[in-house]
Design a protein around this ligand. Structure first.
Ligand SMILES: [Zn+2]
Ligand SMILES: [Zn+2]
Length: 77
């Protein structure tokens, strides 16, 4: 029996608990996306929900062709 949570198998919040099974690999941080974690999928790539949300603008620029510019006076369309 575990000395920290006194459960067998460990309580999921226990630091001794084994990591849940990896399911996907996050394209941003390269870490596993594990059972029970939120993720986003785009074009067959997987992202932790947190990584995706932190990098949403970069992903749009890199994967979706979004362009950031500074408006110039003679760019009027
Ligand atoms: Zn435990
Ligand atoms: Zn990630």
């Amino acid at each position: 029996m575990c000395e920290i949570c006194h459960m067998n198998p460990c309580h999921p919040q226990c630091p001794n608990a084994p990591d849940p099974e990896p399911v996907y690999t996050c394209k941003i941080c390269g870490e596993a996306i594990r059972v029970g974690e939120d993720y986003y999928e785009m074009d067959g790539e997987f992202y932790h929900a947190e990584c995706f949300e932190d990098n949403a603008v970069d992903i749009l620029m890199n994967e979706c062709g979004a362009i950031k510019g500074v408006a110039e006076p003679d760019d009027w369309r």
